[in-house]
Design a protein. Sequence first.
Length: 268
Amino acid sequence: MPSRRLEQNLSPCERAERPKAPDRMPPSVILSQAELDDALHLLRFRDRALVDALLAVAGPPPLRARRADFAGLVWIVASQQLSRASANAVYGRLIALLPDLDSRSFRAADDEELRACGLSAPKLRCLKELAAEVEDRGLDFDSFSTMKPEPVRERLLSIVGIGPWTAEIFLLFCLGLPDAWPSGDLALQEAVRIALRLHARPKQCEMDKLGERWRPWRGVAARLLWAYYGVIEKPPSLKHGKRRKERRSERMDRSGAARAAGVSKGKA
């Protein structure tokens, strides 16, 4: 079990040593593993002790890039408040139903079939509204790559059902912006609490202040903190589910043994 204590026993020489900044230009977006590696090195240049401690536990974070289009935003909305496995299952069923998964096909799809894929009523309403924004009101995902983050954020927030978390996750994983900071994410808040050894989980306003230490690489810090949290913490529901499976398996084993014993007695 990885230790939650992140303080490192560094010698004075090690504390004085700072990682060298990369020779090439820092990435303006993170859409490849090489760009994420460069950005992680730059984050380490700003906060070496913490980054090294997190990497020692979790290793480098995965890229998890998504397309900056309708399908990418569908993935984000569908994954809200779900485990990664459940989110992947819902998205997989949507792709099976709508292989193209664009605004036109989604808008034309039957609501019952979409709900059968695992979309809740609020998520379905949000995504139908998103499809209408594209088809009727000229929402242009291609234009986002040339816009500054704030106008993109404001445009997304103007859509019914899209909130700050969804907008920040789109900026981070779909547009690859290295400084996107989803400060309202509960898992990220808990990761920060553990990593910085805080007494309580920081609120969103506190997260905004804490994130300043990693600017302009807050999105890279978020990726690393999520990876760290995924290693040290398993959701209680998964733990309980595993125990239930183990108990069910034990009961089945005992039942099978009892039946076997009964058959043996009958044959004897």
